[in-house]
Write a protein that binds this ligand. Structure first.
Ligand code: GDP
Length: 367
């Protein structure tokens, strides 16, 4: 108090100087900062590395933006974060709507936080583009986890293609890792191609299933079974327990029909109840066992390197494709070739050849 008075009186001594507000420089800077609409690239990078959630969220918003200015800034932030990334366990979680993904992630995430991990929950949900809002990774569906200071939940990015949504999620993983999240959960819905995308950006792929009436394997996509590193039969509670046990046997038998995986891991089927919070720890133990095996035999590193190559090629392919279709003369000629095709004046192959080989010309030779 005395000190403050001294300062004030010193100011008065000089005479004519207006009395300053008693606001510390730090607070003033913070206020100035919060009033600023767009933080600088450096502020974002520093914020992320200091584990600031606001900076992380803002950087993710830039990643999700389609504005070229934002994309450029996002690129710079990601590049700066890259050296701090890669230090997490990435777990993909899939299952049909209603299987209990959100309920499971709520319990699983809480368990991981109790174990002193920092957990980020992301989602790949291309359908959110159609429905206009994301249905996965929704905060309102993970009421308790959302209040955990060491959990960060971000709904799925929207985009005009699965490739676009997947790219944004991959970049978001880097930002989350740089912000100190050491476990990344990526949820996706068990329909369409999104599982393949999530599988190729995660270290462990968990399939959530429900017990049925003995026809568990019917309707299940072969590809998904092959991708799964573990299956959890959820809702194994009350009257469902018996059916869940039967389903577990059936899935285990089916899993053994697949060739042994490159890393020598044999996928397991477990049972859990997200609602009763049972069997969740066993799932984490299974994933830990898998991680230890993969880190010891070098598969973890190898797989991540392969995933990087896969995404490099994917990015080239999608960029070439969209660049091609966006060329003004291609747009025009494609329309013309469709009409010719309808009138049986060309064949699909002839038309494709013409479009591909003459993409830079003015298509003078088209029929
Ligand atoms: P999602 O669509 O896969 O995310 O599924 P939700 O987590 O939203 O769950 C769908 C419904 O199943 C909700 O009504 C949940 O309360 C219920 N549910 C989820 N897990 C369990 C469980 O372990 N046991 C039971 N009995 N119900 C569950």
């Amino acid at each position: 108090m005395a000190k403050k008075k001294d300062i004030t009186s010193a100011l008065h001594e000089k005479g004519g100087v207006p009395q300053p507000e008693t606001l510390s420089i730090t607070v003033a800077n913070q206020l100035k900062k919060s009033r600023k609409k767009t933080p600088t690239t450096n502020e974002l990078i520093q914020g992320i590395l200091q584990k600031d959630i606001t900076a992380l969220s803002r950087a993710i918003t830039l990643v999700e933006s389609t504005a070229p200015k934002h994309q450029q800034q996002a690129k710079e932030v990601i590049e700066a974060c890259l050296p701090y990334a890669n230090k997490s366990i990435r777990i993909g979680i899939t299952g049909v709507p209603g299987v209990g993904k959100s309920s499971f992630i709520e319990q699983f995430g809480k368990l991981l936080v109790q174990k002193k991990h920092k957990v980020a929950v992301l989602a790949v949900d291309p359908s959110s583009t159609i429905s206009g809002g994301s249905i996965l990774g929704d905060k309102t569906r993970m009421e308790e986890l959302v209040n955990e200071p060491n959990a960060f939940i971000r709904p799925s990015a929207s985009g005009d293609s699965l490739g676009g949504v997947a790219r944004k999620t991959r970049e978001t993983i880097i930002l989350c890792e740089a912000a100190g999240y050491d476990i990344i959960l990526i949820e996706t819905v068990g329909v369409g191609q999104s599982e393949t995308a999530v599988h190729s950006m995660t270290d462990f792929f968990l399939l959530l299933k429900l017990a049925g009436a003995g026809d568990e394997l019917q309707g299940i996509k072969r590809g998904i079974m092959e991708m799964a590193d573990g299956i959890a039969i959820n809702k194994a509670d009350g009257e469902n327990v018996k059916a869940a046990k039967l389903a577990r046997v059936e899935f285990n038998r089916a899993l053994h029909l697949y060739p042994i995986k490159e890393n020598n891991w044999s996928p397991k089927t477990l049972m859990c109840s997200a609602i009763k919070n049972e069997g969740i720890l066993e799932i984490w133990e299974m994933i830990s066992e898998y991680m230890n095996l993969n880190k010891d035999n070098g598969y973890f590193e190898k797989n991540r390197k392969e995933q990087n190559k896969f995404w490099l090629l994917q990015t080239i392919e999608s960029t070439l494709k969209s660049d091609f279709y966006n060329l003004p003369n291609v747009k025009l000629e494609l329309k013309k070739q469709f009409e010719l095709l309808d009138d049986n004046k060309t064949t699909p192959f002839e038309a494709a050849e013409l479009l591909l080989h003459k993409k830079n010309s003015k298509f003078k030779n088209s029929p």
